[in-house]
Design a protein around this ligand. Structure first.
Ligand code: ADP
Ligand code: ASP
Ligand code: MG
Length: 436
């Protein structure tokens, strides 16, 4: 079994859906994981905000606008009137559901139902198109097997068992199509794996069915050595280790959902990144294979908050850091970077939803300062510290960039640098210039 995940752009138009069908039409057993058509999830976020703010007229307008777009896609995608009618009926039901939501009591549950419609529609349309051209395929409802537990972590045992049951219902089928991103939570409610979560779905499904390979098909020819949205002339990387890819994804490389590498790594399933628009391009293979090539890639994670706790009580004392970390633990807030001196510790967080409470408690231990709107620039490559000239180049490249923190030696394959978001583009460009 292989898993093939196609992102929003890859199913973003009738032509693209047809290209996906060409790529998956080869008799080999596979589960195809689809995102919503590009732009749909953003439109659904906007619609749910309008409903939440009781802006009923505008919400209805936005729903009608999105429905008209889908009408056009249906007209172009299918050749027969029979299938156009089938698709209009099926997609129409999703829009009816949106219109019939209880707008008076619109809470998180209703919002998540709205957000789920994108993947439900893209898979319904693709399955119907496969049927129209006589391709034998089965639509697997992700809501029947993809589930998170009380900590909002994937419930691996449940996913494996339920997916097996779903697959066993169709012993003769080789091609399954399912939704990325959506799941049920521990209470059985419709939920999702956070924005960009279809990659994570693909990886979890791959792990659950012991897939031979997980393929992530997107709009670029694999993992690039820097953020192509910011830096010109970035290069695709042929191979990355699981650790390198996980670190880059976690630290902001948008091509992969931050958590999507770990399930594949745990199950030792290679992940191949491919370009739907250019299927012949080699792309990137992420596997357990480790190369020693110095710095391979750079990524950046925005909206980071740095916190500095300064205290004379830290001097030659033990137990101080434990107390500090316990505060973050009690507010379920992960720490990304840490640096310490004898009388101060600086650390960074990404999730600021409990920041006020954390700061209140930290003040019992010393003076506390925060810097918002920071960015972590993460440089990744196996055995990075053995490439001494790279370190010299990093600091030469960042000569004009104010550096707030540096983390070196935490792992063999990562150096992280904290600067403000204003200097991010300059830093990324300079680093590419000096290092690649
Ligand atoms: P999909 O909709 O297929 O999931 P995404 O937009 O989520 O696609 O991810 C692909 C995009 O990620 C690329 O178009 C590119 O702009 C961006 N990106 C950011 N960093 C990188 C990187 N290091 N390598 C490749 N693409 C990257
Ligand atoms: N459709 C979802 C999003 O836009 C999930 C995904 O594309 O991976 O975030
Ligand atoms: Mg994505």
């Amino acid at each position: 079994m292989i898993i093939m995940k196609f992102g929003g752009t890859s199913v973003g138009s009738p032509q693209r859906i047809k290209s996906v069908i060409e790529l998956i039409n080869d008799e080999k057993p596979k589960i195809v994981v689809l995102s919503a058509m590009s732009g749909t999830t953003n439109a659904l976020v906007k619609i749910s905000e309008l409903i939440y703010n009781k802006n009923q007229n505008q919400a209805e307008e936005s729903i009608a606008e999105l429905e008209a777009k889908y009408g056009q896609v249906i007209n172009e995608l299918y050749t027969s009137e029979e299938y156009r009618l089938k698709a209009k009926k099926s997609i129409g039901e999703h829009f009816d559901n949106l219109r019939q939501l209880n707008t008076e009591a619109f809470t998180g549950i209703e919002e998540r139902i709205v957000l789920a419609q994108g993947e439900l529609m893209s898979t319904a349309m693709t399955q119907l198109y496969a049927e129209e051209i006589g391709l034998c395929s089965t639509l697997l409802p992700a809501l029947n097997f993809m589930r998170t537990d009380r900590n909002a972590e994937p419930d691996n045992y449940y996913i494996r068992e339920q997916l097996r049951r779903e697959l066993e219902k169709h012993p003769d089928c080789r091609l399954f199509i399912t939704q990325g991103y959506i799941c049920r939570n521990a209470f059985g409610e419709v939920d999702n794996l956070k924005r960009g979560g279809s990659d994570y779905s693909a990886s979890l499904i791959g792990q659950a069915c012991d897939a031979r390979e997980i393929q992530i098909w997107t709009d670029i020819d694999g993992f690039h050595n820097n953020d192509p949205r910011v830096v010109e002339n970035t290069q695709s990387i042929a191979a990355l280790s699981f650790d390198e890819a996980a670190e880059l994804a976690y630290f902001g490389a948008k091509i992969l959902h931050p958590a999507s590498v770990w399930p594949a790594q745990e199950a030792q399933i290679p992940v191949r990144l491919k370009n739907t628009m250019q299927p012949e391009a080699e792309g990137t293979l992420i596997s357990a294979q480790v190369e020693d090539k110095g710095i391979k890639a750079i990524a950046a994670k925005d909206n980071i908050t740095a916190i500095k706790i300064k205290s004379g009580r830290m001097l030659m004392a033990y137990g101080f850091l434990r107390k500090v970390f316990e505060i973050f633990e009690s507010y379920c807030t992960p720490i990304d970077m840490i640096t310490t001196s004898e009388i101060a510790v600086s650390l960074t967080i990404d999730d600021t939803s409990r920041l006020d409470k954390i700061l209140y408690e930290l003040r019992h231990y010393g003076t506390v300062e925060t810097d918002k709107d920071m960015t972590i620039i993460c440089l990744v490559g196996n055995n990075i510290m053995h490439h001494k000239d790279s370190i010299a180049k990093i600091f030469a490249a960042l000569a004009d960039v104010p550096i707030r923190m540096v983390s070196y030696g935490g792992s063999r394959h990562n150096i992280s640098i904290l600067t403000d978001m204003e200097h991010k583009s300059q830093a990324l460009r300079q680093l590419s210039k000096y290092l690649f």
